[in-house]
Design a protein around this ligand. Structure first.
Ligand code: EPU
Length: 420
């Protein structure tokens, strides 16, 4: 699919953020451990999520949309033999099935989840964590993993701040025998949301929101009666905030959780973006001048790697030379070459660092959406470019943003989608 964007339009009004992509995926995976039917609210409609739901349906789970953003899930009768290896190989989300499937079925045969374009994404922390809990893991030469554990047993585990490894180990540990200590646990809001959900189902987890989690295994997890409201997406908030700043617009973003935005708001402030943070909203105020900034991505509560490219775009509009350092992934600078095609003045120093000098006017041209966050960056670049920007592979943004184009159009942007 391609998107045609006519640059130069101001945005105006209010936008509401939806639940986080990276929160709903582990919640769905965790349902493999939970008895009963569960309703999740504030669920974004995303292509990646639909693929994960298809994998569950393939195993016999009952998964239904019962409202625009409400999903009902029940996994009482699932058969791991129904696992679609091809689908699993294709998407990164499927890594989240390892922990809960092992805990529930004791013996599983799964392909190694596919990589993606943001760099090398090892799974050693996942495997070491599950191994420490007692799983034996073997791989054949085709990459199929055979995992086995008659009964997972609590242990002391290092999660090295990996988001999905922490989630996998939590899901494997909640019904393991005895207690598990996870050190260097990731503490992102989506990791917290998973832990709070499991606690609501009967799990015993202490230290939620910190880097040390203590889990005492329980016999049974049961779906709570009340629907679960998926935590709102701090990455959507950052994306709309940058959209407003770039287009020099006043925009109110509703449904935000202020304590999740500490690093993002700090980065906005250092760039000279003016804003007001309320109890559930963030308003970006109209302003004309931004300043160069230094930014390093970190684990939460530091600045999120997933907003790095968007702030790189903001740097093209700031006075002076900004330095952006992303130590987490080595292929997240791909967006820079696309921005350079549009007229940005940027030098990639190495796979983790870029220097961007601004302000520069961007020109509409043909560019590509390289990954989800780079894709969103290209859409916002199109909003401020002179003339028309054509974004190829634009469907990439639907992996993580529900109808990003339509929501921007509702705020005043000019975007048309064409199927290639
Ligand atoms: N790492 C290892 N070994 C492992 C796992 C990770 O060395 O076994 C390293 C990675 O190479 C990377 C760092 O640890 O340098 C962090 O990776 P992490 O494991 O935290 O990433 P992830 O769990 O695979 C999640 C999000 C990503 C997001 C990262 C970082 C989900 C489903 N995905 O990935 O989201 O970039 O955390 O916050 O939660 C996105 O939303 O665009 C996206 C890619």
């Amino acid at each position: 699919m391609k998107m045609l964007i006519k640059g130069g339009e101001r945005l105006e009004g209010c936008v509401s953020v939806l639940g986080a992509k990276n929160a709903i995926a582990p919640l769905i995976a965790a349902m493999l451990l939970v008895k009963g039917r569960m309703c999740f609210e504030n669920v974004p409609r995303l292509t990646d999520l639909e693929h994960l739901l298809d994998i569950l349906r393939g195993m016999g789970a009952s998964v239904e949309w019962v409202g625009e953003h409400t999903l009902s899930v029940e996994t009482n009768h699932v058969d791991p033999m129904g696992l679609d290896s091809k689908q699993m190989k294709r998407m990164r989300f499927s890594i989240l099935l390892l922990g809960p499937m092992l805990a529930r079925f004791q013996r599983i045969q799964v392909p190694e989840p596919g990589g993606c374009t943001i760099g090398n994404r090892p799974i050693d922390t996942h495997l070491e964590g599950l191994g420490a809990l007692g799983a034996s893991i073997e791989r054949d030469d085709k990459g199929t993993m055979f995992m086995e554990a008659d009964r997972l047993k609590g242990a002391s585990v290092l999660a090295t701040f990996s988001v999905t490894a922490t989630e996998n180990i939590v899901m494997a540990a909640v019904m393991a025998e005895g207690s598990t200590m996870i050190r260097l646990a990731a503490a992102e809001p989506h990791v917290q949301d998973l832990c709070h959900f499991l606690v609501a189902c009967g799990a015993k987890i202490k230290g939620i929101g910190t880097h040390d989690l203590v889990i005492v295994g329980v016999q049974r997890l049961e779906a709570p009666k009340k629907p679960w409201h998926v935590v709102s997406d701090m990455l959507e908030v950052g994306t709309f905030a940058v959209a407003a700043a770039l287009t020099k617009s006043e925009l109110t973003i509703n449904g935000v959780v202020p304590e999740h935005l500490y690093a993002t708001c700090d980065a906005l402030k250092r760039a000279g973006v003016r804003y007001e943070l309320g109890p559930t909203s963030l308003t970006i105020q109209r302003h004309a001048r931004y300043e160069a900034f230094k930014l390093q991505t970190m684990i939460y509560p530091g600045f999120p790697t997933d907003l790095q490219a968007l702030f790189g775009l903001l740097a093209t509009q700031a006075h002076g030379t900004s330095c952006i350092h992303d130590p987490l992934f080595e292929a997240r600078m791909g967006y820079v070459s696309e921005l350079v095609k549009m007229g940005a003045n940027a030098v990639v120093a190495d796979p983790h660092r870029v220097f961007i000098t601004g302000p520069t006017s961007l020109r509409g041209t043909e560019i590509r959406s390289l990954d989800l966050r780079a894709g969103a960056t290209m859409v916002l670049a199109g909003l401020i470019a002179e003339g028309e920007t054509v974004i190829h592979d634009a469907e990439m943004v639907y992996r993580g943003y529900e109808r990003l184009d339509a929501r921007l159009v509702a705020l005043g942007a000019s975007i048309t989608c064409l199927h290639e």
